[in-house]
Design a protein around this ligand. Structure first.
Ligand code: BES
Ligand code: MN
Ligand code: MN
Length: 457
């Protein structure tokens, strides 16, 4: 542990400056205007893996953005850790809400502000630097493979294909990912599950053109009003989702599981204060942890219709649209849920509008084992570096590829994230604490050490 700390201390400034360099690439995967930058980011990551000591580093082309692969096989008889992360980031919009520009990392109060600071550049780069540390101090105790992709924020479709085509190359004993959150630095935790996702878009079409709202208003249904009503009807008075069959496959947690989950420290006053909301909202009968970690949900991600420019325009819009996502839990399936939604939404459409439902992307939910050697190694690593045993929690977010790691490669995942929910992932002013960054670089080598040790016992 001391040797690890010494290495981080001695290289402190460089470790931080390299992350800053990485954060300056605007690697937004969702918007084609950033294409050139996303591609350059992949090359940069590949170079950093080579510099750290990885072999067979390759920028693997796909139908979309490339996947950066690298490995260090020290002894085929030793266990292998496959580290996954993503170098792409979410769009920075709305830009005017950033206190400092999203791609000019800035430190305020010990925190790095930049798009991707936490999700996931700051987190996956800890692994690259932890690997460098193990190489430089001659302490790499097992084989390691890196797979860093550039399309996580848009659903990882091409990575899914890559995984199916590279089963041999990706052979490993565990997948290790830092792309999730902890409760707090005082209460370190390990996520043991991720929700799945069905993302879609709806269009409600009324008259064949935008109309004068005075000439036609009152005689023709307004698609914006209709869409609002249809969306509002998707939750009942208890905030249950009304789509028939939606909950059919959900596996309820046992009372013991619910109890364990709710033992994690939670301060509702603080939670509300952080978000500036007076009251929380959610499915009746469940706590906040249960609502975000173990229950399926439906959210409107965006909604638009009619005139939204400066000033006023009296218009009855021809159509209205919304982007809607549903978070899924075991054993719901993203395609089935899409179908249930599409059938229901079409059915509830009144005769004065036409409805179109288009799928975007999806991902399946996962629950990771808590009794495996790898999970115990992660627990021990965190206990050693934080001085406190981590609390198991269920994460609300999704990492679509994790279910495929299990299904296609037969490998289970350990989610050893060092972010905080308050790091403003996907929001303006995303941040990552410098403390967490160094803490991660110190904890990751311990994971490898304990994983190798526990495997040899
Ligand atoms: N790193 C997040 C997922 C996450 C965040 C999991 C916090 C647990 C805690 C990831 O980059 C992400 O944002 N995933 C997307 C899914 C994707 C298909 C757009 C998500 O969850 O919305
Ligand atoms: Mn992420
Ligand atoms: Mn994300």
């Amino acid at each position: 542990m001391q040797a690890i700390k010494n290495y981080v201390e001695a290289n402190k400034d460089r470790l931080l400056n390299e992350l800053f360099e990485l954060l300056r690439f605007p690697s937004v995967s969702a918007d084609p205007k950033y294409k050139e930058h996303v591609l350059k980011t992949a090359d940069y990551v590949a170079q950093k893996l080579r510099d750290a000591g990885a072999d067979n580093v390759e920028v693997c082309q796909t139908a979309g953005y490339p996947i950066v692969y690298g490995e260090k096989i020290i002894d085929p008889s030793l266990p292998t850790v496959l580290t996954y992360g993503h170098y792409d980031v979410q769009p920075p919009d709305p830009l005017e809400l950033w206190k400092t520009p999203p791609f000019e990392p800035t430190v305020r109060d010990g925190k790095i502000y930049a798009r991707g600071a936490c999700d996931d550049k700051g987190q996956f780069y800890m692994h690259v630097k932890a690997f460098e540390l193990m190489m430089q101090t001659n302490t790499l105790p097992c084989n390691i493979k890196f797979m860093i992709e550039g399309e996580e924020e848009v659903g990882s479709d091409n990575l899914g294909i890559f995984v199916k085509q590279n089963k041999d190359r990706l052979k490993a004993d565990v997948v290790l990912i830092s792309d999730t959150s902890m409760i707090s630095m005082e209460n370190p935790s390990l996520e043991t599950g991720l929700r799945g996702l069905t993302y879609l878009e709806v269009e409600v079409v009324g008259p064949n053109r935008d109309l004068h709202s005075g000439v036609y208003g009152g005689a023709v249904a307004n698609p914006a009003t209709i869409l609002a009503k249809m969306i509002a009807s998707l939750h009942d008075e208890n905030n249950h989702i009304t789509i028939p069959g939606f909950y059919d496959k959900v596996i309820d947690l046992t009372p013991a599981e619910r109890k364990a989950l709710n033992e994690a420290p939670y301060d509702e006053t603080e939670y509300k204060a952080d978000l500036d909301v007076k009251e929380l909202w959610g499915e009746k009968g469940y706590t906040t942890f249960e609502r975000t970690g173990t229950r399926p949900t439906l959210e409107v991600n965006g909604i638009w219709s009619g005139y939204i420019g400066e000033g006023a325009k009296t218009v009855l819009p021809s159509k209205a649209n919304a982007k809607i996502s549903m978070r899924l839990v075991p054993n719901q399936h993203s395609d089935e849920i899409f179908q249930l939604f599409a059938d229901h939404f079409t059915k509830i459409a009144p005769p004065y509008v036409k409805v179109k439902v288009t799928p975007h992307h999806g991902g399946e939910p996962v629950v990771t084992p808590t009794d495996s050697v790898a999970f115990r190694a992660a627990e021990k690593a965190i206990e050693t570096s934080f001085g406190k045993k981590p609390i198991p929690t269920r994460g609300g977010g999704s990492i679509p590829i994790v279910a495929l790691f299990e299904e296609v490669l037969g490998i289970k995942t350990v989610l050893m994230g060092f972010g905080l929910d308050s790091d403003a992932l996907h929001s303006p002013n995303e941040k990552y604490d410098i403390f967490n960054y160094y803490k991660g670089i110190e904890t990751i080598p311990l994971f490898h050490k304990y994983f190798a040790e526990l495997n040899s016992q």
